[in-house]
Design a protein around this ligand. Sequence first.
Ligand code: HEM
Length: 352
Amino acid sequence: MRANVSGVRHFFLGLMLLLPLSGGTAYAQAQESRMDQTQAQRQQVQPGNNAPVWRDVRSGKEGYTSIQGRETGVLIQTEGETWRRLRNGPITLYGGWWVVLTLIALGLFYKLRGPMGLHSPPSGKMIERFSSFERMAHWTMAISFCILAVTGLVMLFGKHVLLPLIGHTLFSWLAEVGKILHNFTGPIFMFSIVVFVVTFIRDNFPRAYDITWLVKGGGVLTGEVVPAGRFNAGEKIWFWGGVIGLGIVASASGLVLDFPNFDQSRWLMMLANIVHVIAGILFITWGLSHIYLGTVGTTGAYEGMRNGYVDETWAREHAQYWYDDVKAGRRELPSGAPGAAAAATAPPQVQH
Ligand code: HEM
């Protein structure tokens, strides 16, 4: 009898627990059938209107698919549209203007300031400024950078700037070649950055006199000769912030895009794309300012990087502390020859 009472009690307890569940299932079923009915009615009055289905798809809900892999069950990834609008909208627009304004500013600066020349006449004696290895490291990085910059600009702005000018056939060919070049030059650029940084890091550590140089703006506007080490504070900032800082950001985001076979999500690829484009634009515009200063902006600088030698007056005016150290024999020449022998080992004036 006692066993019977306990059995009945358990039966009712189970029923009470199951009731809400069965109620919930019944409710869901009712809801579903109501939606089916609504959809059926909708098809009567608005044939082809599949709004609820598409709302479901757009929510990014993962459905079933037999294809294995990350996000393969997601029919439409709506964040893709946000990324597309961001990339093709403000980033292309403002990025494009940023490049154009940089070019205008450099042109204006050249017109107003002109090239930074020497204050004293050239001595006619040359001093080694860069060894052949150092020049090779610089030009490998510079050439690969320029290939990346041009192909990157074609990918970002070509549709707006080149397509209307050269038409679809030529543009598609150019974009295709550009993309392949960009993908293969990226890793070369990364490697060249590592070699460059190892080669030049010693002369890029900040020193107290760099602050004075910065405060005086390198004498660019006043025309004052401000002493510097082998590289001035502006070059050092370009070394740390541009080559190393932007180099790391552009390389890391570029690798995520270059090798999509590491199971990264589309969300990460889109983020990497936005970061890569912004870093690329900043890198290109900063690079343009550097190229300006390394060519028409500073008399004699380009010859130093091309041939390895600068006039001693140039060395004294642009890198006085370095020049003094070399001449006093406190440090060797870039190729490793003893410093005090600088004038003796330098070739006669290099002609171009
Ligand atoms: C493609 C055109 C380029 C030209 C004409 C050019 C020219 C020059 C010249 C003449 C110098 C020597 C300045 C001196 O004697 O103090 C120099 C130094 C330097 N260049 Fe370039 N350059 C170019 C591209 C690049 C690029 C793309 C980068 C970086 C991605 C770069 C990074 C540097 C750095 C960091 C220095 C200073 C060295 C240091 O601080 O260690 N250059 N460049």
